[in-house]
Structures are given as structure tokens and as C-alpha cells.
Design a protein. Sequence first.
Length: 402
Amino acid sequence: MSGPFKAVKITDKVYWVGAIDWGIRDFHGYRISRGTTYNAYLVLADKITLIDTVKPPFRAEMMSRIASVINPKDIRYLISGHAEMDHSGSLPYIIETVKPEKIFASTAGVKALQEHFHFDHEITAVKDGEKISLGNRELMFLETRMLHWPESMFTYLVEDNLLFSQDGFGMHLASNERFDDELDMHILEEEAAKYYANILLPYSALVTKLLDRVKAMDLRPDLILPAHGPIWRKGISRIIELYGKWAAQKPSLKAVVVYDTMWHSTEMMAQAVAEGLTSGGVPTKLMPLSSSHRSNVVAELLDAGALLVGSPTLNGNLLPSVADVLTYLKGLKPQNLVGAAFGSYGWADAAVRQIEEILTSMKIPLVAEGIKVKYVPTNDDLSRCVTFGSQVATKLKEQHVD
Ligand code: FEO
């Protein structure tokens, strides 16, 4: 009995046996708009091999898909490309069920899996560049350390030119379609950018090195099969080009103004600041935190050149919502931005200074003196805010090289 879910044939030898999570919206703080998939792949070589598994609540779906093409007990090898639970979570179950001959992971992966599951199954460590035989097929492994965990690795099915890229080139997008060319490319680029910004951004220098390495190895995959979202078939060169662009984080003439407000004073300031930026020739995205999630803010910053942050002072502090987004951004380490701060206060102005300290700690140079307004801005105050925005626009244009 295979259950209701069927495997999807990708090539003669490879089937998609993952799961579709239509309902997920929170991925450890990253707000997902369109659900996701957990992709597992079955290679029907002489040694039948399963590449990765799915998040634990979806294991019955994965088992059903596997059972639609083979007896799961015929799986001989398991490959774990990444120890994060959305891919490794069903590993203990499938090991117990299938009793494979061998389980493979990177050297760091062996340790990470043991530290996750505290089991005593033997896992074989594979080195960077190492190949293993599946009989009539060969797999090669490429370590991709810190992309985005220490143990992450790519797997290459040599004869078929298939690159199993783990989280790399992935996106959170639930769909019944398995290939990029069956979906709207605009949505794919939007979700891939958001995924890059929220997951891979801090490791951009390593992404650049990896792209150079893949080029030097002359790997020309016919398909890129990530762990989330659709398989790249038509858009391979496009997604590689986009990764090169995102990893470079070359600033554009674009500003992002992020703010929250108590009684609309900081909001009025934000709108005036945006007016100054726009009239200074810089396209500007205004992002009120009442309706903008932190994961959308970082996605907007992926191609921005300036980050302006506004908060009123509340009890001697910046607003918690502003602290939230700054904490998130600090971890994701956006590069090549200039910054500035603004905000209203009642009797003790603290928020602007605190924002400036955080931006400085993020290595974002301040290009205008922070602007503060007591209680409610006058027209003169708002004119100062417009001028402040224009000053940032001028600085950004001076730094912009294109
Ligand atoms: Fe999709 Fe890093 O797990």
C-alpha cells in the first residue's frame, strides 16, 4: 500500500519524493508567504539511494511517494546533505524502517547528525570532491561549508549531470509543479531573492567563492535540484546570475526607510524623509513595521544602497518592533549600505542615538546627523526631514558607482 501520494518522475533514474507544506508561514522568524516544499530525491541506481528526507510531520507523505515507485526497504544508501531538521528530521525513522547499508554525510555532518539525534547509527563521512559508486551511477560530493550550516554539502549525480544543491538555489514556495518553467518566473525570482536575503546573505562571500569554484570545475548541471521549491530546468543560468548579483551586494540607488510610530509623529517624519530621498533622485521604499515583516525588510535591502531607520523613544528605548528588525538585520550582515536615523520623543530622546549605535555596530556608516523632533513635528520640522532625506540621497549618489 503506497498511500495517496505519488512520486514525481524527474529523469529516468530520479524521482521527487518530498512533501508540500501549504500552510507554513513562520520559518524560525522568516515570514513565508506561499508555503514551502521539503524536497527529497530517490535515485534508482543499482544501489537505490535517497537524498535527504523531510520535516518530521511530513514523513508519511514522503514514505507514500517512495512506496509508489519502490519498496522502501530496497533503499540501500541514504545521503544527508544538511542536518537542519526540515531535511534530516525524518532520518531516524527512515533508518529504522529501511535499515540501509550505508548513510553518508560530510565530516561535519556526521557530528551534527549525532548531536541532533543522539543515535548510534554508523554514518560514513565523505570528503569534499569524494565520489561513491551506486553501481551503474556515481555520486560526487562538494562541501559547501556555512552555506548555510557548517556541514552543508552538494551532491552531484555525475552521469546524469544533476546537482542536488540543498538549501542553495532554493526558495519557500509550495506548488504542485516541480519545475521552474511550469511556474511564473517573476514569483520565482521574488521568492528566491527573499530566501537568499533571509538565509544566505551573511555568507555572501562564500557564495561568490562557490560560484567561482563551480565555474572552474566546469560543472554544467542539466538540472539544479534544491531542497526547497521548484527544480531549476530552464532558469539555471538565470538563477546562477542572480546569485552572483545578490552575493556581490552591489548597492543601487535605492533607499529603504523602516520605521514604527506611536502617535504618528515618527510616521510623519518618515514620509517627509522619503519625500526628500525621492526628490533627491533615489527611489525609496517606505516600510512601516505595523505592516512590514522583518523578512520583507531584508529582502528589500538586497539591492538597496541606504537604510534609514525611525523610532520614537518609549520608556528610554527604541520601540521593540524597531529593535526586532535591527536585531534580525544585524545577524544577516547586509553589506555596502549607508545609514541614518530619525525619530520623535517626549522628554528624553534616546531612540535615535540607540539606532545610530546599532547601525554603527553593523558597519553601516552614518551619512547624516540623526534628526529628532519633540512630540509632534511642525511644518518646519518636516522641512528639516525633507532636507535630511535629500542629504542622504546626495551621499548615496556620491558613493554609487555605475
Ligand atoms: Fe532548509 Fe537549512 O534548512
